[in-house]
Design a protein around this ligand. Structure first.
Ligand code: ADP
Ligand code: ZN
Ligand code: ZN
Length: 752
């Protein structure tokens, strides 16, 4: 009898052998889901290997096979294995992400519905003699086109009895079948087909290069660097078409927040008719589990050749795969913040290589990692330098808030709005144009700054902002563990002001002030506090689009990809908030954010203006964003990364130990350090020595969260592929009590 190696749905990092009973033999293959006995329980799991023998003498048989066909393809299994090794997690955990929960369930996830189809008759009389309602229904049904019973009944306002009557007279057939749930049905009803646009010369060059790779079946990576509105999406669409022509499918990743109906529409509209007609499956977190189930199977069965989705869509069972597009590749949300902690862009690069597909990473503000890859030849750089309509980039004014607060101080007030920003808003209100105000409150971190002179407390070792620990009244750096007493007054010699501030202002406060300054303006605040239902986002944006709101105030969520022609002013209330976050990516994030937000202004016929308020107006991130100069910013930032050996020069793994007992946490963290240090001694990669450096443990910047203490270790290395497996293996040697958790985060995006 054959043996199946099974990974059961428990994150225990090992395989178990089972016998394959004869009656199941034809259905058990690598990749199927099975039910198997496990101790006293029955568990579901994946068959990852079939073998002729087992080391274990007494094996139990598999109980059943779940579902009609193998869900796990060879390539997705390989992908899961890579994720488990690189991101240091058990294979079972990696498999959890690769398959939506709804697909893994034991019970069939299909929805059944009744269908009706009319039966033709040779005797016209049979129809003429029908009672009026039955005749209406018979006429309504078109020959050879089954419909769901429910939709017929609703359309004709009749009851099921009428249909059953037709059935009895053998003039209709009614049966039960799978019915697909369609998350974008409403959208599709109004969709108008689009055709390829004639490309600009930059677009033609970019597309031509990508097309050649697709035609040759080369596995190449491209960085498509083009300002907002430069026509990247059109390049994606034509590349997708080429991929379909070659008989392959494709995956398009967009950040969750950019996955709006408008985005989906653009992709669906291009492939809804014509010779390349295909369904476009959509995967995102707002789908019901039934919808997700059906979309997934639509892809698995090859009915949808193109998938557009957020992060986890990278695991879609598209086969054969020809193209992966990652739009806004710099977006932090591509990194999953729970295990498996994968980065979808990096998974995309790996998957493309494994399956011989082309990967295109697009951005107006590429990540330091990707642009470096483009410069050193790992990716090929394709540029779109101009906006399609030659519209100019908005004018950016940087307001020095140190001056502004001095002026206000004299008058005894506090400044949230500088005079230039106030005046700019007034002028928009007078002209009936719209304003977006932006204040980033991301994260919990507050910086300590002096409003008099702009001083910001930074770590002497890391040139990162220090985090203020409120309880102990101390300033700490979580990277190196530097720790000092909090200032009571500004430490700058010439200043010494006692007016030190520890926290920024939030959107709520700004809303209040706005109400007082502009009582007549129609204003809406949009942040996670004001959005209660999942439709609120669309409702507010809809009102804004229709011109029913003059000023839209919000966080992060209004920064991305929105297109409002009547917005001529964007105000950034406090550009320094992101800049001094305790994270080496602070400047990069600030630059990206300012550029993205600025891109919201002047999308219509009137030129846009951006007002940036800052206490550090001469910082590289702000000055280069002002000039729309990505390369200038890159050159300055890369120097800083190099000096301090941060990514992209080195890779980082962050190990966080958590628990309620602080002493136990500290001890456990120390144990991790000792064991890890030992295992890393002398490790190599393809015959070369791997360099690494382990720092900590030290308390995390968020030293206590959800009543748990947190300690961190940071590992820097030039070869993460060699270190990831060491971390994964280390798990088995760490025997902590259940009260201690140890989290491994490879290539972390969040250092808090
Ligand atoms: P991006 O994705 O870089 O922000 P888009 O693809 O959205 O840019 O293009 C911006 C606008 O320009 C869109 O309205 C798009 O339809 C239009 N556009 C793109 N390429 C062309 C082209 N070759 N000819 C005419 N209009 C174009
Ligand atoms: Zn000062
Ligand atoms: Zn430090």
């Amino acid at each position: 009898m054959k043996i199946a190696r099974v990974r059961v749905d428990l994150a225990i990092g090992r395989e178990f052998d089972y016998l394959i009973p004869d009656e199941l033999e034809s259905r058990v293959e690598v990749g199927v889901r099975v039910k198997a006995p496990f101790g006293k329980r029955e568990l579901l799991g994946w068959v990852v290997e079939i073998s002729d023998q087992s080391e274990h003498p007494e094996l139990k048989p598999i109980i059943d096979v779940i579902g009609g066909y193998s869900l796990l393809t060879e390539s997705t299994l390989k992908l899961a294995k890579w994720i488990a090794r690189y991101y240091a997690c058990p294979l079972e955990t990696a498999l959890k992400s690769v398959f939506p929960t709804t697909v893994r369930k034991e019970k069939s996830g299909w929805k059944e519905a009744l269908f009706i189809e009319r039966i033709e008759t040779d005797e016209p009389d049979n129809v003429e003699k029908l009672p009026p309602k039955q005749k209406t229904l018979w006429d309504y049904l078109k020959p050879g086109e089954p419909e769901t019973l429910q939709s017929c009944l609703a359309a004709l306002s009749i009851t099921a009895a009428v249909a059953r009557g037709l059935e009895k007279k053998q003039l209709a057939r009614i049966w039960s079948d799978k019915s697909l749930r369609n998350p974008t049905q409403i959208l599709e009803e109004t969709l108008v087909a689009t055709k390829d646009l004639e490309l600009s010369s930059d677009q033609r060059h970019a597309f031509g290069t990508i097309r050649t790779s697709i035609q040759r079946g080369e596995s190449r990576n491209y960085l498509l660097y083009g300002v907002t509105g430069s026509g990247k999406t059109e390049v994606y669409l034509q590349a997708l078409a080429e991929c379909l022509r070659q008989g392959r499918g494709a995956i398009v990743l967009v950040p969750e927040i950019a996955l709006t109906p408008q985005t989906v529409e653009r992709f669906k509209a291009r492939f809804m008719s014509g010779e390349l007609k295909t369904e476009v499956a959509v995967l995102h977190s707002h789908l019901s589990s039934g919808e997700r189930h059906d979309e997934w199977h639509k892809i698995r069965q090859g009915k949808a050749r193109i998938v557009i989705g957020a992060r986890s869509a990278i695991f879609s069972p598209v086969h054969p795969l020809g193209l992966i597009i990652v739009d806004e590749e710099h977006e932090g949300s591509y990194k999953q913040e729970e295990a498996p902690r994968y980065h979808a862009r990096d998974v995309a690069a790996y998957r493309a290589r494994m399956e011989g597909a082309v990967a295109v990473f697009g951005s107006a503000t590429p990540s330091m990692e990707s642009y470096t890859n483009a410069l050193n030849g790992k990716y090929e750089l394709l540029r779109l330098d101009q906006r399609i309509d030659d519209r100019r980039m908005p004018v950016v004014r940087v307001v020095d808030m140190r001056m502004e607060s001095r002026r206000e101080k004299r008058k005894g007030g506090r400044t949230i709005f500088s005079v230039p920003l106030k005046e700019a808003i007034i002028s928009r209100l007078e002209k009936g144009e719209q304003t977006i105000l932006f204040l980033n409150r991301r994260g919990y971190a507050t910086s300590m700054l002096c409003p008099e002179c702009g001083y910001v407390a930074e770590c002497p070792n890391c040139s990162l902002a220090l985090t203020f620990h409120f309880k102990e009244n101390r300033l700490r750096c979580h990277l190196c563990g530097h720790d000092q007493a909090a200032h009571k007054k500004c430490p700058e010699k010439e200043c010494g002001s006692p007016g030190i501030r520890y926290s920024g202002i939030g959107t709520e406060k700004v809303e209040e002030v706005l109400g007082k300054l502009f009582p007549k303006a129609r204003m809406r605040r949009m942040d996670s506090d004001t959005l209660k239902r999942k439709t609120d986002y669309e409702v507010i944006l809809g009102a804004f689009r229709r011109g029913q709101i003059d000023i839209l105030l919000g966080t992060q969520m209004i920064a991305k990809g929105l297109h409002f022609p009547n917005v001529t002013l964007v105000g950034i209330i406090h550009a320094d908030l992101t800049l001094h976050a305790p994270d080496f990516r602070a400047a990069e994030r600030t630059f990206q954010l300012l550029t993205q937000v600025a891109g919201r202004a002047g999308r219509g016929d009137v030129e846009g203006e951006v007002v940036v308020q800052s206490f550090t107006p001469f910082h590289d991130a702000i000055q280069h964003a002002k000039r729309h100069d990505f390369e200038g910013f890159y050159d300055a930032e890369i120097e800083f990364r190099k000096q301090l050996q941060y990514p992209p020069f080195h890779r980082i793994a962050l190990i966080t130990v958590r628990g309620e007992d602080e002493q136990a946490v500290e001890q456990a963290a120390e144990e991790v350090r000792i064991k890890l240090d030992k295992r890393l001694q002398g490790i190599g990669w393809k015959g070369k020595k791997v360099s690494w450096e382990l720092r900590g443990p030290s308390p995390a910047p968020l030293a206590r969260a959800e009543s748990k203490y947190r300690y961190q270790l940071m590992l820097k290395t030039d070869r993460m592929s060699a270190v990831g497996p060491v971390l994964q293996e280390l798990r088995q040697y760490l025997k902590f009590s259940k009260k201690i958790q140890c989290v491994f985060d490879v290539d972390p995006m969040n250092l808090i």
